[in-house]
Design a binder for this molecule. Structure first.
Ligand code: GLC
Length: 788
C-alpha cells in the first residue's frame, strides 16, 4: 500500500491530471440574428450568447464568444501589441443555413444551427479547420470540482476536428517533443526545477499553436491568461480542443498556408522582438553564485588567459545584500562600478539577476528603500481581505509588486537606476511564475487581487501574465534610464507577447543527456511561438555532468541565440575548462566558430525581429511540404541555410542525418550531397555534423574573443553554389547597441554570386537603410571544392 501511495505521489508530481471532459459542456445556442459590423459580424444566439467575428487582415480573423450574455464592452489583453488593423476587402453572404464571410485569403462559413465555424482557403475552397462541436461553456458547474480554482470563473472551450494526418507545433515552452500531436498540456506558470520530458506545466504560457496538414498551416492564438488546457488528440481522435478555467473564449485564427507567414502575423499581433544589443549574441558565463568580486574577475581572467571568447558574466542572487533586490552586498561587492569598468576594459559586460520578491524585513525598524517606498505607494499585491500578500522566496518573507498598475511598473523600472549607474548591462528576471516557497502550485495565491486596469481581478487571471508585466516594467525602465542603449532582459516565465520585452532561457534543467535532447524541440517550439531569443543553461543546471556532455551541449548552444553556461550553487564546476584540456579545446573551437559566424547569426536575428521567423528553426519550418520533417527534432537549422545534427547521447560518434531535397555541403569537409534522404555521418566528439544548403552564401567575420574586439573586417561570404552555380545571401549591419536601427540606421544588403569562367563573381543585389558600416572589405570565396 505504501509503495502504491508513493507511486501515486510520483505520478502526481510529474503529470497533470487532465480530466476535463468537454463533451459534457453546454453548447452555444443556434444563431438567431446577424448584425454586420465594420469588420465582420456579431451573431446573437438563442441562449442569449453572442459571437463576434472580426476581420483583422485577410489571413487573420478574431473570434470572441460570450456565453448567455452579450459581448462585454471591456476588451483588454496584455499580449496584444496591435489593435488598430486596416480592414481588408471582404464580403458576406447569407442563406437560411449559412453565413459566409470571405476575404482574399479566407472563407469563413458559420453554420447557424448548430453554430459551427469552418475556415477554408478562399481560392481553393479547401477546408483548413472546422469546429467539431459548437463552442462550449460549463453552464452547470460540471467541471467545477476538477478546476484548479473553482472560483476562477466558468470553463470555456472550443473544439476542432482532428485531421487524420494533422501535426501540431508551438505552444511555447513545453518539456515535450516538437510535434504535439496526441499530447495534452496545461498552462499555469510553474517553478519546476529539474523538470524532465513531459513534466507539465513548466515556466511559461504561450497559448498559440500551429496546425499543419498536407503542407497547409493555420495558427490559433487562444488569448486567455487563465489556467488553460490544450489537447491535440490525446483524449479522443475526434478532436483537438482548447479551453480555460475562466475568461473569454477569445481566439485568433491565422491562415498561412506557410508557417512563416503565420509567424509574421503572430508577431504583428503580439509584437515583434526588438533587437537586443549585438553583444547579447556573445558567449555568456554564469554561476549561482560568483562572489566576491575577485572571483568574478578570476572567471573573466581565466577566460581571457585561455583564449576563450566571452561577452557577458552574470551575477546571481548572492551579489545582493541578503537577497534584497536593488542592493549590492558591501562586503562581496564593495565597488560594483569599479568592477563593471574593470571587466568592461576586458570586453565583458555584467548582467544581474533581479527577482520579483522584495524582502519584507522582519525587523520593522529596518529601512529598505524598495520595501518602504512600495508599501507607502501601495504598489504591493494584497489578498482579497486587504492583507498584504506575503510569499516566501529567497529573502524569506517578501512582497510582490502589482505590475498591472502603470505607476507601479514605472516605479519598478526606475529602481533599476542603481544597476545602470553601476554599469550593469542587462537584467535577468527569475522566479517570476511567480514562485512562492510556501506553495509552488499557486493555491496559496488564489485570493491575491491585482488592479488589472480597474477590474480588480484575482490570481486565476493574473498568474500567467505576471512575468510578462514584470519584464515589461524592467524593459521600459532600462529604456528610460538608458535611452541610447537597447535593453537586455532575460526572463524565466512568460505569457504571449513576452518577446517585446525579454529574451528567455529554459530554466532549471538537469545535467543529463535527456535534458540535452530536449533543448532542440524546446528551442524550436519557442521559436514557433514568437520567442526567437532562446537558450538553455549550457551543460545543464542541476546535477553533475561531465566533459563529454558539456561538449555536446555546446555543440547545440553555440548556435542558440542565448549561449550561457550556468550551474546550480552546489553543482560541480562547469566552466569550459573544468573537465580538462581535451574538452576545453573542443569547446574553444565551437565558441570561436560562433564568433566568426556572428555576421550570419545577427543577420538571421534581424530577420526574426523583422519577420517573426526565428533563427533557430525546426526543419519543418523551412520544409513544410516534406513529411520527413514533421516530427524531426534531433536536428535544427539556423535560418534557411545551416543544418545542424548534434549528438545527443553519450559515447556515440556516428548518426543518421536527414537532408531535405536540394544540394547540401558538409560544413567541415565540403563534400557535396544530394538531399531528400538520410545519410550516415561520422561525429567524433570534436565534430558536430553541419551542412550548408547549396545556393547559400554565409557571411563570416574575423575571429574574436568579444564583440567589438576588432572591426568586423573583412566580411567574407562563403559561397555554396546550387546546381546552376549560383548563390545568394544577406548581411545585416547596424551599430549593434542603440535603438537607431528602429528609425532606419541599419544596412541590409543582399548579395548574389555566380560561377563564371574565372571563378565566382559576387554582386550587390539590393541595399536598404542609412547606416554606414565604414570602410570594410567584402570578400567572396568559394567554400566548396569547386574552382574559385
Ligand atoms: C533559480 C534560477 C536559477 C538561479 C537560481 C538562484 O533556480 O532558475 O537560474 O541560479 O534560481 O537565483
Amino acid at each position: 500500500m505504501k509503495r502504491f501511495l508513493v507511486l501515486i505521489a510520483i505520478l502526481g508530481a510529474t503529470t497533470t491530471s487532465f480530466a476535463q471532459d468537454i463533451t459534457t459542456l453546454e453548447k452555444i445556442g443556434p444563431v438567431v440574428s446577424v448584425q454586420r459590423t465594420s469588420n465582420g459580424v456579431t451573431l446573437s444566439c438563442q441562449d442569449n450568447s453572442q459571437v463576434q467575428l472580426s476581420i483583422l487582415a485577410s489571413d487573420l480573423i478574431r473570434i470572441r464568444a460570450s456565453f448567455t450574455k452579450p459581448i462585454p464592452a471591456r476588451d483588454h489583453s496584455w499580449a496584444i501589441a496591435k489593435e488598430n488593423w486596416t480592414t481588408p476587402r471582404w464580403d458576406i453572404s447569407e442563406t437560411p443555413d449559412l453565413i459566409t464571410i470571405t476575404t482574399d485569403e479566407l472563407e469563413v462559413t458559420l453554420h447557424r444551427s448548430p453554430l459551427l465555424i469552418e475556415f477554408r482557403d478562399a481560392r481553393t475552397h479547401q477546408l483548413i479547420n472546422s469546429d467539431e462541436r459548437p463552442m462550449s461553456y460549463d453552464a452547470n458547474g460540471r467541471l467545477a470540482s476538477m478546476m484548479f480554482d473553482p472560483k476562477a470563473g466558468m470553463f470555456v472551450a472550443a473544439s476542432k476536428k482532428l485531421g487524420f494526418d494533422e501535426h501540431f507545433y508551438g505552444l511555447g515552452e513545453k518539456a515535450a517533443r516538437l510535434d504535439k500531436r496526441r499530447s495534452s498540456f496545461v498552462n499555469w506558470n510553474s517553478d519546476t526545477p529539474g523538470y524532465t520530458e513531459n513534466k507539465d506545466p513548466i515556466y511559461q504560457t504561450i497559448p498559440f499553436y500551429i496546425g499543419l496538414q498536407r503542407g497547409i498551416a493555420y495558427g490559433i492564438f487562444f488569448d486567455n491568461s487563465y489556467r488553460s488546457y490544450f489537447d491535440f488528440g490525446k483524449s479522443s481522435q475526434q478532436r483537438a480542443w482548447f479551453g480555460a478555467e475562466g475568461g473569454e473564449l477569445n481566439y485568433y485564427f491565422f491562415y498561412g498556408p506557410s508557417i512563416k507567414k503565420i509567424l509574421g502575423r503572430y508577431a504583428d499581433l503580439t509584437g515583434h522582438m526588438p533587437l537586443p544589443p549585438l553583444w547579447a549574441l556573445g558567449n555568456q558565463q554564469s554561476r549561482w553564485s560568483y562572489y566576491p568580486d575577485t572571483m568574478v574577475e578570476e572567471v573573466v581572467s581565466e577566460y581571457r588567459k585561455r583564449d576563450l571568447p566571452l561577452d557577458v558574466v552574470h551575477l546571481d542572487i548572492d551579489y545582493m545584500n541578503g537577497y534584497r533586490v536593488f542592493t549590492f552586498n558591501k562586503e562581496r561587492f564593495p565597488d560594483p562600478k569599479a568592477l563593471t569598468e574593470k571587466l568592461g576594459r576586458q570586453g565583458v559586460k555584467v548582467v544581474t539577476i533581479v527577482d520579483p520578491g522584495i524582502k519584507n524585513p522582519p525587523d520593522k525598524n529596518e529601512r529598505y528603500h524598495a520595501f518602504d517606498e512600495g508599501l507607502a505607494k501601495n504598489f504591493f499585491q494584497h489578498r482579497r481581505n486587504g492583507d498584504l500578500f506575503v510569499p516566501r522566496v529567497w529573502p524569506g518573507e517578501s512582497v510582490f509588486v502589482d505590475y498591472t498598475m502603470p505607476e507601479a511598473r514605472k516605479w519598478w523600472g526606475d529602481l533599476h537606476r542603481v544597476y545602470t549607474d553601476n554599469g550593469i548591462a542587462g537584467i535577468w528576471n527569475d522566479m517570476n511564475e511567480p514562485s512562492d516557497f510556501v506553495d509552488q502550485t499557486g493555491k496559496n495565491q488564489l485570493d491575491v487581487v491585482s488592479y488589472d486596469e480597474g477590474e480588480k481581478s484575482t490570481h486565476a487571471k493574473n498568474r500567467n501574465t505576471f512575468a510578462l508585466l514584470m519584464s515589461r516594467a524592467t524593459y521600459e525602465g532600462l529604456e528610460r534610464l538608458r535611452p541610447d542603449r537597447r535593453p537586455y532582459v532575460i526572463t524565466r516565465a512568460a505569457y504571449a507577447g513576452i518577446q517585446r520585452y525579454a529574451t528567455m532561457w529554459t530554466g532549471d534543467t538537469n545535467s543529463t543527456w535527456d535534458a540535452l535532447a530536449l533543448n532542440i524541440p524546446m528551442f524550436t517550439s519557442l521559436g514557433l511561438s514568437g520567442e526567437p531569443f532562446v537558450g538553455s543553461d549550457v551543460g545543464g543546471f542541476i546535477g553533475r555532468g561531465n566533459g563529454e556532455l558539456l561538449v555536446r551541449s555546446y555543440q547545440v548552444s553555440f548556435l542558440a541565440p542565448f549561449c550561457r553556461n550556468h550551474k546550480v550553487i552546489d553543482g560541480y564546476d562547469q566552466e569550459p575548462w573544468r573537465f580538462g584540456k581535451y574538452y576545453e579545446d573542443i569547446i574553444r573551437k565551437y565558441l570561436k566558430l560562433r564568433y566568426t559566424l556572428l555576421p550570419f547569426l545577427y543577420t538571421t536575428l534581424e530577420e526574426a525581429h523583422r519577420t517573426g521567423v526565428p533563427l533557430f528553426r525546426p526543419l519543418v519550418l523551412n520544409y513544410q511540404d516534406d513529411p520527413s520533417t514533421y516530427n524531426l527534432d534531433d536536428q535544427f537549422m539556423i535560418g534557411n541555410d545551416l543544418l545542424v545534427a548534434p549528438i545527443l547521447k553519450p559515447d556515440v560518434s556516428k548518426r543518421l542525418v536527414y537532408l531535405p531535397a536540394g544540394t547540401w555541403y558538409d560544413y567541415w569537409t565540403n563534400k557535396k550531397y544530394a538531399g531528400g534522404t538520410m545519410i550516415s555521418v561520422d561525429a567524433p566528439l570534436d565534430t558536430v555534423p553541419m551542412f550548408v544548403r547549396g545556393g547559400a552564401m554565409i557571411p563570416v567575420g574575423p575571429s574574436m574573443n568579444y564583440v567589438g574586439e576588432k572591426p568586423a573586417d573583412p566580411i567574407t561570404f562563403k559561397i555554396y553554389p546550387d546546381d546552376n552555380g549560383s548563390a545568394s545571401g544577406a548581411l545585416y549591419e547596424d551599430d549593434g547597441l542603440s535603438p537607431a536601427y528602429k528609425t532606419g540606421a541599419f544596412r541590409r544588403t543582399t548579395f548574389t554570386a555566380r560561377r563564371g569562367p574565372r571563378g565566382f563573381t559576387g554582386s550587390v543585389a539590393s541595399q536598404e537603410g542609412t547606416y554606414n558600416p565604414g570602410p570594410r572589405r567584402t570578400n567572396f570565396v568559394s567554400a566548396t571544392d569547386e574552382r574559385r
